[in-house]
Design a binder for this molecule. Structure first.
Ligand code: NAD
Length: 536
């Protein structure tokens, strides 16, 4: 085992390292903001210091309780209970509005954790990379004969999650033209290797893109500017992309989407002095932005929303934005029906050699999963590492449990230098209800039923997962979502075998049952194959 234990056990130490790792990847570390405009890892600096202290003193038989990023207390719960339980930004329905959330946020009473920042599961842009890649591959399969070579993808937003778009497009063989208003974000993606080149000239960007498309050469171009200004310019110059989406933080009009023609300083001043005007200007710009996406859709482009609520924001201005489909329903849900989703692991030792051992193990043991067979070699070659060595790979119900048990055994036999944490995005079969994203247009109309992620959290908690979190939407997402997060630590013990078997089986098990219950035959097949008792 690696040295440097600061806690009373490796399970606690691994969770502490995940918290630190999340902050290491933060887009605005001084404010503890990790990604998605306002998604934080701790309420404030005092709460962060108290959390670190609590984790270092936490006993194996205790549970640390965290409310919206602030540690509340420690309870004696026993060896089979989670070490950490969290509830983050949950508001009673009638009060679950952006304005009430912001009011509480200003008073230091609440925090939004996004999906993976609040529960310390963030691994940087890599966390969404395979999901973006899988989406683009599904687009290529359906619309372009299985190949994005010679195809232009136009999008905006190169932040924590959006920063994955250029690399995902290149890995799928296409040409990405990504509009980003903040030069520092462009530089960060260039430095990390996620983006290949950048310019502030629209004409230069068009000419580079056309050359690479003609040569069928994978390429990624960052274009400095505001999407609401630049997209109409591209359209007026005759550019018709093959694929259009967006990953600006359009869900949050106070802290996220930047209105056209405003400088960063003007945005900051308006946020303080007249937030309603800032929101009005953002809505105006989003209407222009989405009108342009619709014009490209009418011209034959494949257009989809990538989960940033931009359609709902544009619809407020009367734009017919819901003509644009959501990516989950269109391209990803068939995978959720089999429990396939963004499973991830982090090597707590910090040693990249541990990642190699696990990469070999997953490729060797899951030869029949085409997503794994295609992704792991690509990720090994192209995905830059930062922070704790981490990997994401879409594994199905049953596969995740088997994989984590194999890794726990490798830890036990000393083949790895430290424990390994297993976790996932909340964007997963069992983890979330979001009626404008993951659960839009469910066949039985159950889009907004949030019982499922709540049951997921209860189940994984009852199974003794190391960390369980219940998140709701905050900021611009207040009232829009309910999700659950889970982390398991494989520390090589037989107790970890038990926790992994129960919690990972429960996590995706309730997911495939949710889709089976909604009427998806593929999910019903997956449930039957799982051997779980089901009353469907
Ligand atoms: P982020 O806040 O880290 O980055 C957003 C980026 O958009 C910033 O770099 C910002 O400068 C840029 N931007 C804002 N307004 C712009 C404009 N008008 N023109 C050009 N650039 C502009 O957010 P993120 O973590 O990258 O997430 C982006 C969005 O995607 C959020 O709404 C988030 O909720 C959503 N999201 C979707 C998924 C998914 O799986 N589909 C996952 C995570 C996040």
């Amino acid at each position: 085992m690696a040295n440097g234990l600061r806690c009373r056990g490796w399970r606690q130490e691994t969770l502490l390292r995940m918290l630190e790792n999340t902050l290491e990847h933060a887009e605005r570390p001084d404010e503890l903001i990790v990604y998605a405009g306002l998604a934080k890892a701790a309420r404030d600096h005092d709460a962060l210091a108290a959390t670190v202290r609590a984790l270092s003193e936490l006993d194996e038989n205790e549970t640390l309780v965290i409310q919206s990023g602030k540690p509340i207390g420690v309870f004696p719960t026993g060896p089979a209970a989670p070490l950490v339980l969290m509830a983050t930004s949950n508001l009673i329905g009638r009060w679950a509005t952006s304005s009430h959330f912001y009011e509480l946020e200003q008073r230091g009473l609440i925090m939004w954790g996004g999906y993976t920042a609040g529960d310390w599961q963030y691994i940087g842009s890599q966390g969404i990379l395979q999901g973006t890649y899988q989406t683009l591959v599904a687009v290529a399969d359906e619309h372009f004969g299985g190949d994005l070579a010679g195809r232009l993808v136009v999008t905006a937003g190169l932040g924590g999650m959006g920063g994955a778009q250029p690399l995902a497009t290149v890995l799928a063989g296409g040409v990405a033209l990504c509009v980003e208003v903040d030069p520092d974000r462009i530089k960060r993606r260039l430095d990390s290797g996620y983006l290949m080149r950048s310019t502030s000239s629209v004409d230069e960007a068009i000419s580079w893109a056309r050359e690479s498309v003609a040569a069928r050469k994978a390429d990624s171009i960052g274009l400095l500017g505001n999407a609401a200004t630049i997209l109409p310019l591209l359209r007026d110059r005759g550019v018709v992309p093959d694929v259009v989406t967006d990953q600006t933080s359009a869900h949050d009009l106070k802290y996220g989407y930047v209105p056209a023609k405003l400088t960063a300083a003007e945005v900051a001043a308006l946020r303080e002095q007249d937030p309603d005007e800032l929101i009005r200007l953002a809505e105006e710009s989003i209407a222009t932005h989405v009108e342009c996406m619709l014009a490209w859709q009418d011209a034959g482009a494949v257009v989809f929303e990538y989960g940033n609520n931009i359609r709902a924001q544009a619809a407020k201005s009367g734009v017919d934005a819901f003509r644009i489909p959501i990516f989950v329903e269109r391209y990803i849900r068939p995978l959720f029906c089999r429990g396939l989703g963004p499973f991830r692991w982090l090597a707590a030792s910090g040693d990249p050699a541990d990642l190699d051992v696990i990469d070999d193990l997953v490729v060797r043991n899951f030869p029949d999963n085409p997503l794994v067979a295609r992704w792991i070699p690509l990720a090994r070659e192209h995905v830059p590492q930062a922070g704790l060595p981490a990997r994401i790979s879409w594994l199905a119900h049953g596969e995740r449990t088997r994989m984590a048990l194999l890794v726990n055994d490798a830890v036990r036999r000393g083949e790895l230098k430290g424990p390994v944490a297993f976790t996932r995005d909340h964007l997963d079969a069992g983890g979330v209800s979001q009626p404008l994203r993951e659960t839009e247009n469910m066949p039985d109309g159950s889009d907004a039923v949030s019982d499922w992620p709540l049951l997921n959290a209860l189940l994984t908690s009852g199974s003794g997962a190391d960390l369980v979190a219940i998140h709701a939407g905050g900021g611009g997402y207040a009232g829009y979502m309910q999700s659950a997060g889970v982390t398991l630590v494989a520390d090589g013990t037989s107790a970890a075998d038990d926790r992994i078997s129960a919690a990972l089986t429960a996590d995706t098990g309730i997911g495939i049952m949710r889709y089976a219950d909604a009427g998806y035959p593929a999910a019903a097949d997956a449930v039957r194959e799982s051997g779980l008792q089901w009353f469907g």
